[in-house]
Design a protein around this ligand. Structure first.
Ligand code: FAD
Length: 551
């Protein structure tokens, strides 16, 4: 492994210098899960890799998914067995490389009288799902009677039920998964930087050999050179492809997906539930800490990709879906305490509705060798990365006679994973709880730290001990923020509150409460003026409003 510059905003000038002074084997554009996976795959095979992201890492779709590492049961309905097999198997792999971050969870699929999922077909479908994904016997699906289903989930209306399926999935934090991939890539020598936007391409002899970028924080332009460039910009893939070769046809079909968050007490589901609604679509209701989140919608989208709004129609659709399924639950718009909206970068197919479009990924290679990757799922990111890097390595071999290792990311534990199994993760959580309980913390607080940072929790606890605040909760958040500034390239408090900690979605009250604490930590590290502190606080409050306002 090469010596690397610390992955910290305080080292930004050093990283910029390295990006502009090095000739890379591969330049990756886009710091979502796709770019992150590619950077790790390539760096671990021995390629010299640069990755740039125009906003914060994972600020595109990769912080706005349903946060499931799942086989995609509904793709069975589209007869997409290849996709189900690949992503189904990937679940276990991604769990193995980050068991603290990708946790097993049972999913309940209620079957309704006059519903869209029949009993026999669902039983057969789930069996095939387990078989395609090679699921261990202990985790294989069970078919439940209505009584068994209601025992598990008292919120279900027993009169409407004809049974339920109960099967294995995994739950994650998409932006942390992205970030830990990037941090692991950096450990293998990659150079990655956020707030760095690609504005154009450099060409030599008709081949792309670098990118022009602008540092979004100080508006400085510079270029990054390398043998190959991969465009992994998700919903923005076509924008860059068009910049690259203006007469190229558009290929993406963007659809919007919205999630709503309510207090768990308002929708107290006992485990994740996957249920069908009148229009034949499927919706998830997933408990997480003190909240339940509900999603998603799937509608065509042509507006701004940088400011995606949640509409009153989106909210009404999801609340109506909940009302249909849980007849005793009464939710209104006022119950929604946070929300998020993301864009699916799907491959266009004429005549297909949003939810009928395939989630399969595709690689496009332009005449000037710009390699673009679009489509796909969070779950399949590692295999997508393998395919892209195989393409790059093939070019390298042919054009530069260079040789690199085979893909081995299935064996690379992500940063934060020092665990041998999920049981080990739980034991570690107990150890952290034992350490914290004297200070008034609960098991949930320990679990929050472990499921976000894994074994890095101990670094946070070291910072915790040095905080000079009175309130222990404020001390812990300050410590978390210090850790993220020093090790996770946090540039703004919103990077911290949205993508490092998920608090904006899952604990929005804590954002307002601890905004001054976090701004104080920023002040310490970046010597902020009073006016800058004020601006930061205003940005946080504006973002809280954005996450609770529907247009
Ligand atoms: P993004 O995450 O969007 O990353 C692309 C990045 O490129 C962005 O961060 C962007 O800022 C950057 N960029 C763009 N232009 C430039 C430029 N000029 N210079 C530098 N950087 C640039 N999949 C699952 O497996 N499980 C799920 O539960 C799931 N749920 C989903 C729910 C919803 C509502 C949606 C929308 C998708 C869901 N998906 C799910 C799919 C999954 O989230 C996406 O496939 C995945 O996150 C796409 O990642 P990406 O890296 O390709 O794109």
């Amino acid at each position: 492994m090469q010596q690397h510059i610390p992955f910290s905003t305080t080292y930004r000038p050093h990283i910029v210098k390295k990006l502009s002074n090095t000739f890379f084997d591969l330049v990756v554009v886009g710091g979502g899960i796709t770019g992150a996976g590619i950077a790790l795959d390539a760096a671990s095979r021995g390629l010299k890799v640069a990755l740039v992201e125009k906003g914060d890492f994972a600020s595109g779709t990769s912080s706005k998914s349903t946060k499931l590492i799942h086989g995609g049961l509904r793709y069975l309905k589209q007869f997409n067995f290849v996709l189900v097999r690949e992503v189904g198997k990937e679940r276990a792999v991604v769990h193995k490389i980050a068991p603290h971050l990708v946790q097993p969870e049972k999913m309940l699929l209620p079957l309704l009288k006059n519903g869209h999922n029949g009993k026999l077909l669902t039983a057969a479908g789930l069996k095939m799902y387990d078989w395609l994904a090679n699921v261990k016997s202990a985790d294989k699906r069970k078919m439940l009677t209505p009584k068994q289903a209601v025992n598990l989930e008292p919120l279900l209306a027993s009169k409407k039920l004809i049974g339920a399926g109960y099967y294995a999935e995994y739950i994650t934090d998409d932006s942390r998964l992205t970030l830990e991939n990037i941090k692991t890539a950096v450990k293998y020598g990659a150079t990655a930087l956020n707030y760095t936007k690609v504005t154009g391409f450099i060409e030599k002899n008709g081949k792309v050999c670098g990118v022009n970028v602008i540092d979004v924080l100080n508006e400085q332009n510079y270029s990054i050179k390398g043998h190959y460039v991969v465009n992994a910009t998700g919903p923005w893939v076509d924008d860059l492809r068009i910049t690259n070769q203006p007469n190229q046809l558009k290929q993406l079909h963007i659809t919007k997906g919205v999630h709503l968050v309510v207090k768990h007490s308002k929708l107290p589901v006992q485990q994740p539930i996957y249920f069908d609604v009148n229009d034949g679509r499927m919706i998830f209701a997933i408990p997480r800490g003190d909240v339940t989140y509900i999603g998603t919608t799937d509608t065509n989208y042509v507006l701004s990709k940088d400011k995606i709004e949640v509409t009153k129609t989106d909210v009404a659709y999801l609340l109506n879906a909940v009302a249909q399924m849980f007849t005793n639950v009464k939710l209104t718009e006022e119950d929604v305490i946070s929300c998020w909206a993301g864009l699916r970068p799907l491959i266009h197919k004429k005549g297909k509705k949003p939810s009928e479009l395939s989630r399969k990924d595709e690689i496009f290679i332009a005449k000037n060798q710009l390699i673009s990757i679009a489509g796909g799922k969070l779950t399949g990111y590692r295999k997508m990365a393998e395919r892209v890097v195989n393409t790059v390595v093939k070019f390298h071999k042919k054009q530069h006679k260079s040789k690199f290792k085979e893909c081995h990311t299935h064996q690379i534990p992500l940063v934060g994973n020092l665990f041998t199994s999920f049981t080990d993760v739980k034991l570690y959580a107990d150890k952290i709880y034992n350490y914290l309980k004297a200070d008034g913390f609960f098991k949930n607080d320990a679990w929050y730290l472990i499921s976000h940072y894994g074994a890095q929790t101990e670094h946070i606890l070291r910072y915790y001990k040095t905080q000079k605040l009175i309130d222990n909760k404020a001390k812990l958040i300050a410590a978390e923020c210090e850790f993220c500034i020093k090790n996770e390239m946090v540039v703004t408090p919103l990077d911290f509150f949205i993508r490092r900690t998920g608090r904006m979605y899952f604990n929005i009250a804590s954002v307002t409460q601890y905004a001054p604490v976090v701004v104080n930590v920023f002040t310490k590290y970046f010597s902020l003026t009073k006016a800058q502190q004020e601006t930061m606080l205003n940005e946080i409050h504006q973002s809280v409003r954005d996450h609770t306002t529907f247009v």
